[in-house]
Structure formats: C-alpha cells, structure tokens
Design a binder for this molecule. Structure first.
Ligand SMILES: [Zn+2]
Length: 214
C-alpha cells in the first residue's frame, strides 16, 4: 500500500470521486494495494456496493496525482480518495450501479460529519486534473448522492463570461489559462452530457449558468 504522512497544516477539506478504469474488481483491488503501483486510495466501492477501506484516513493516499483546485495544488494533501469500480472510458464505460450510489451516499454522510466537509468540496477527478483525467465521467449522477456542489454560489453575482464561470466553478487559474477547452469538457461531464466536446453552444452556456446560479 502506498501512502504518505499528512502534514499538520494541511487538513482534509476535499473528497475526490474517481472510477477505477480497469477491466475488473480484482485488478483494481490489486493495483490499489500494490506498493509498486504508485497509486492508492482510501476507499474502493465495488459494483455490488461493498465499501473497502484500504487506507486509514489519517494517512495521505496517492489518488489525485498532479492536481489543482481553486487556490490549492497537490490535492492529495487535502483530500480523501474514493474509487468506484467501473471499466472506464478505455475498457467499456459503464453506468454506475444503484448499490454503488447507495453506499457512496452513506459513506459521504459519514465523512461529512467526521471531517466537517461541505458539499462544494466534494470533487471529481476530472475537475482537479482536467488535462489528464475524465473520471468519474459523464455517467456519474451527482443527484443520486444528494449533493449540491454549487448551492453556496447561488446567491452570488451571476456572470455569463465563460472564463469567469470556470473560475466560479472552481478550476484553478492554471487550467483555465492553459487547458480552457478541457475545463469546458470537464463541466460537460458534470452536466452529464452524452457527447463530450469543447464546443461552446448557447445551450451549454445556459446549462452551465443554471448549474452555478439557479
Ligand atoms: Zn481518478
């Protein structure tokens, strides 16, 4: 198992939701618990909804890799990682199961209470590494876990400038400046678009606006 010690000044603030992106559960479990794999996670949820706690939350897991969110970099320092079993975009991307959503929802309630986490800090890997990652992807339905990531934004000043909206969503300025179209694709995944492209249609601006402000 890979892990590091958490630094005292870096407390857990975020949850990061992933998919495993591997052919089956056994391969995912082996990879996530293999010290030579260079990755690890705190939780793994099988398609049957069984929650595996692979690493004590007191330690830092290696799930996010190069990542940034708002003003933070290296999100592993501040987060708990949750992997959902799913073949992912490379091996036949699946819908997540009802049992997975149910278990994830329970786990999130438990973690929110214990770490005083806010809905807005429950993140997707594709948000914090939009240039490298697509998970959990457009088939992940946030409404199934009853979180509203943008509820605290809703009374703030509305804006339809796309870069400002990306900033309000939470992307780090490095990604907005260097990977703008990939940030747009990450938002489309959050909006559960079936086709993910970087085009900015009127419909997209409208959907994005509604996600943030209404
Ligand atoms: Zn991931």
């Amino acid at each position: 198992m890979n892990y590091s010690f958490r630094k005292k000044n870096k407390i857990v603030k975020y949850l990061v939701i992933h998919y495993t992106g591997m052919r089956n559960f056994e391969l995912s479990y082996k990879k996530l618990s293999n010290p030579r794999s260079n990755v690890s996670t705190h939780y793994l949820i099988s398609r049957e909804g069984i929650i595996f706690n692979l690493l004590c939350l007191r330690f830092k897991a290696w799930h996010a890799g190069l990542s940034k969110w708002k003003c933070h970099s290296n999100i592993n320092d501040y987060s708990i990682g949750i992997e959902l079993e799913n073949r992912g975009h490379d091996f036949g991307y699946q819908s997540f199961t009802k049992k997975q959503y149910l278990s994830l929802k329970k786990l999130i309630i438990f973690l929110k209470k214990n770490f005083y986490l806010l809905d807005e800090n429950i993140l997707f890997h594709s948000d914090i590494s939009p240039n490298r990652k697509q998970d959990p992807g457009e088939k992940f339905l946030a409404k199934e876990i009853a979180i509203d990531r943008f509820k605290n934004i809703k009374n703030s000043t509305c804006n339809t400038n796309i870069d400002k909206m990306l900033k309000i969503y939470g992307f780090h300025k490095y990604y907005i400046n260097n990977y703008n179209s990939l940030c747009i694709m990450a938002v489309k995944r959050s909006l559960n678009y079936k086709r993910i492209s970087s085009s900015i249609s009127k419909k997209f601006i409208n959907d994005f606006y509604n996600l943030l402000f209404t």
